[in-house]
Design a protein around this ligand. Sequence first.
Ligand SMILES: *[C@@H]1O[C@H](CO)[C@@H](O)[C@H](O)[C@H]1NC(C)=O
Ligand SMILES: *[C@@H]1O[C@H](CO)[C@@H](O)[C@H](O)[C@H]1NC(C)=O
Ligand SMILES: *[C@@H]1O[C@H](CO)[C@@H](O)[C@H](O)[C@H]1NC(C)=O
Ligand SMILES: *[C@@H]1O[C@H](CO)[C@@H](O)[C@H](O)[C@H]1NC(C)=O
Ligand SMILES: *[C@@H]1O[C@H](CO)[C@@H](O)[C@H](O)[C@H]1NC(C)=O
Ligand SMILES: *[C@@H]1O[C@H](CO)[C@@H](O)[C@H](O)[C@H]1NC(C)=O
Ligand SMILES: *[C@@H]1O[C@H](CO)[C@@H](O)[C@H](O)[C@H]1NC(C)=O
Ligand SMILES: *[C@@H]1O[C@H](CO)[C@@H](O)[C@H](O)[C@H]1NC(C)=O
Ligand SMILES: *[C@@H]1O[C@H](CO)[C@@H](O)[C@H](O)[C@H]1NC(C)=O
Ligand SMILES: *[C@@H]1O[C@H](CO)[C@@H](O)[C@H](O)[C@H]1NC(C)=O
Ligand SMILES: *[C@@H]1O[C@H](CO)[C@@H](O)[C@H](O)[C@H]1NC(C)=O
Ligand SMILES: *[C@@H]1O[C@H](CO)[C@@H](O)[C@H](O)[C@H]1NC(C)=O
Length: 685
Amino acid sequence: MKLSSVFSASLLLHDLILLLCVVSVPLPSMADGTVDRLALESFKSMVSDPLGALASWNRTNHVCRWQGVRCGRRHPDRVTALRLLSSGLVGRIPPHVANLTFLQVLRLRDNNFHGQIPPELGRLSRLQGLDLSLNYLEGPIPATLIRCSNLRQVSVRSNLLTGEIPRDVGLLSKMLVFNLAQNNLTGSIPSSLGNMTSLFALFLQSNTLEGSIPESIGNLKSLQLLQIAYNRLSGAIPSSLYNLSSMSIFSVGSNLLEGTLPANMFDTLPSLEMLLMNNNHFQGHIPASLSNASYMGDIELSVNYFTGTVPSHLENLRRLYFINLSDNQLEATDSSDWEFLASLTNCSLLHVLVLGTNNFGGMLPTSLANFSSSLNTMTLESNHISGTIPTGIGNLFNLTTLSLSDNHLTGLIPPTIGGLRNLHGLGLSGNRLTGQIPDSIGNLTELNLIYLQDNDLGGRIPESIGNCRRVEEMDLSHNKLSGQIPMQLYSISSLSTYLNLSNNLLNGTLPLQVGNLRNLGALVLAHNKLSGDIPTTLGQCQSLEYLYLHDNSFQGSIPQSLSNLRGLSELDLSNNNISGNIPEFLADLLALQHLNLSYNDLEGNVPNDGVFRNITAFSVIGNNKLCGGNQGLHLPPCHIHSGRKHKSLALEVVIPVISVVLCANMPWEAKSLLMEIYTAMGFFC
Ligand SMILES: *[C@@H]1O[C@H](CO)[C@@H](O)[C@H](O)[C@H]1NC(C)=O
Ligand SMILES: *[C@@H]1O[C@H](CO)[C@@H](O)[C@H](O)[C@H]1NC(C)=O
Ligand SMILES: *[C@@H]1O[C@H](CO)[C@@H](O)[C@H](O)[C@H]1NC(C)=O
Ligand SMILES: *[C@@H]1O[C@H](CO)[C@@H](O)[C@H](O)[C@H]1NC(C)=O
Ligand SMILES: *[C@@H]1O[C@H](CO)[C@@H](O)[C@H](O)[C@H]1NC(C)=O
Ligand SMILES: *[C@@H]1O[C@H](CO)[C@@H](O)[C@H](O)[C@H]1NC(C)=O
Ligand SMILES: *[C@@H]1O[C@H](CO)[C@@H](O)[C@H](O)[C@H]1NC(C)=O
Ligand SMILES: *[C@@H]1O[C@H](CO)[C@@H](O)[C@H](O)[C@H]1NC(C)=O
Ligand SMILES: *[C@@H]1O[C@H](CO)[C@@H](O)[C@H](O)[C@H]1NC(C)=O
Ligand SMILES: *[C@@H]1O[C@H](CO)[C@@H](O)[C@H](O)[C@H]1NC(C)=O
Ligand SMILES: *[C@@H]1O[C@H](CO)[C@@H](O)[C@H](O)[C@H]1NC(C)=O
Ligand SMILES: *[C@@H]1O[C@H](CO)[C@@H](O)[C@H](O)[C@H]1NC(C)=O
């Protein structure tokens, strides 16, 4: 009761003051201060403040000394700024802030405000800066904000705002920075934005805006930063935008934009530092004027339909740091088409060069070796590049990622590769590389990922590979590697995602040391010539989800210790010489989805539970001594009937002999039919 009477008194007082303000009558400053204090007290009473950010907001303390509050110079009792950043405030934004008539700055960034932006804020005619970013505000941007005609900076970034951008937003003609990014705004970009003639930075990225970019944006002569990526904008970029000579960051990536780039684009946009046009439908050539873009730092043109060659003479791009042209249809056939690469070696700040998934062909230029030591990513995968890997590649000692996978490269892996001591990822897969894996691979002690699969590499896996003690993923599959797997490989305890040595000519046994690979998720040794027992220590590899040992010559029984592999999802032991029983624990491995034990020498009962319940999830065909199990297998029951004694000699002797002969080479379906007949009589294959 008491509070509400104070409240209504303050309402009256405020209205009176507003009226007086309008007629410019000087006011007693006490009364002014009181209005602002009451507004802020209402604010405090309406939000919850779990971190005590508003603890200083009490009556023993003057309003102007309250945390986050600033008062004016000319009106010392009037609140001109309210800044409560990252203060953990929760609730709706109280409309009472709109009573702070002298407010110029309202910043409530990074709190937990929800609900709508109060339309009352439109009353704050002096407001210059509004920052409500990083909250959970929803609903539309109130059209009333357009009345705050002094606004220069607005950010409502990272909220849950919906609806369209107010059509007349361009009336905020003093705007310098306008940030509506990371919301769920729909509709098109209003062409009135072209009336914000002082605009310096426009951020509309990560919304659901559609339609075309309005031509009027070309009126924004001061625009330096255009960030409208991650929307559904379509159509061509209006040519007027290419006349904005102050433009420094031009980011339109991940939209549905189309069209070609004007040939002189980099002459008319001389200040460009960042050009991000990736993931659109742009086509045509990359303009030759790129060679004049001397302030350029980042170029991202990946995932478009750019064709033709890359312009040469890029040596003037002294500030170039990052260039990604991947996933286009760019081409090279002869050495002159590769000149751009030589010219890029003079860009001494270049860190990232990504040219993958294009139509680059011909030979890799040896000038590759001349890149500055700043280069740390070079990817040329999925092109048509032939010839050998230049030995000079070993000079690029600061490379962390090198991918030349899926090309037509031939010849040896140059031993100089050992010079790339900082390499984390090496991809040479899908080529026609021959010879041995060089011993110097062991110098790449930082390697995490190594992909050499699908080549014609032969000889033994070098023992030095054991020095690569940080490898998480290793794929050497589909080569002609022979001899034993070096013992050192089992000491790489960092191996975690997978080790794939399948489809080679590896022989020898799998030693007990394989149990050291405790973090390994997938072990793929299929299609080799490995022999001996399946080591019991495999049970220590408790992260294993995929174990493929099929198409080898493993023998002995399935070790009981594999029952420790509780996460095992797929197990393939098919096409080996494994004997003994199918252990019951396989039915208890709850994660097991696929089990292939076919074409071995297993005998006895097929379990009935777990993976064995689902006839399509496992296979035991080609094991001629099994019985029981899932009915769909049509195997004989495991216990021979006592009635057998009474069968005639002919049945007892002749039929088993026939069946042994027949069973050996019979199609499986015929075999199972025969088995059913024999089973009825008490015999089985
Ligand atoms: C303050 O703002 C609230 C909500 O916008 C309004 O109801 C009230 O009349 C205003 N005046 C005063 C003095 O609080
Ligand atoms: C009022 O705020 C001041 C400053 O934070 C503090 O020192 C004082 O203890 C507070 N007074 C009360 C009554 O909470
Ligand atoms: C934005 O809208 C889409 C669909 O309209 C919805 O799936 C998504 O959750 C929304 N995102 C937010 C942050 O509200
Ligand atoms: C933008 O400015 C032009 C010319 O000053 C005017 O004709 C137009 O109505 C304005 N549009 C908006 C939406 O403010
Ligand atoms: C760009 O500027 C040039 C020269 O100032 C002018 O001729 C051309 O018409 C302008 N283009 C657009 C689309 O504004
Ligand atoms: C680079 O700029 C110069 C000087 O403005 C101009 O003459 C030349 O044609 C431009 N080069 C390209 C390839 O556009
Ligand atoms: C280059 O672009 C491709 C396709 O958009 C992307 O997958 C890749 O991560 C980019 N590379 C770098 C280093 O940013
Ligand atoms: C690159 O720089 C070297 C010296 O640093 C110079 O000799 C060479 O001419 C430059 N290449 C180009 C294409 O500018
Ligand atoms: C090598 O790369 C690192 C990390 O990117 C960088 O800090 C360092 O400056 C580079 N070294 C040289 C010689 O460019
Ligand atoms: C690899 O390291 C060894 C010694 O650690 C060194 O003798 C050899 O030259 C290095 N090879 C390369 C290619 O760096
Ligand atoms: C393994 O293969 C190598 C040649 O590839 C051969 O010399 C060696 O005898 C084989 N070892 C075994 C145990 O078969
Ligand atoms: C049986 O196994 C198949 C193959 O793994 C799988 O697609 C299917 O969902 C399983 N059915 C049941 C009932 O679990």
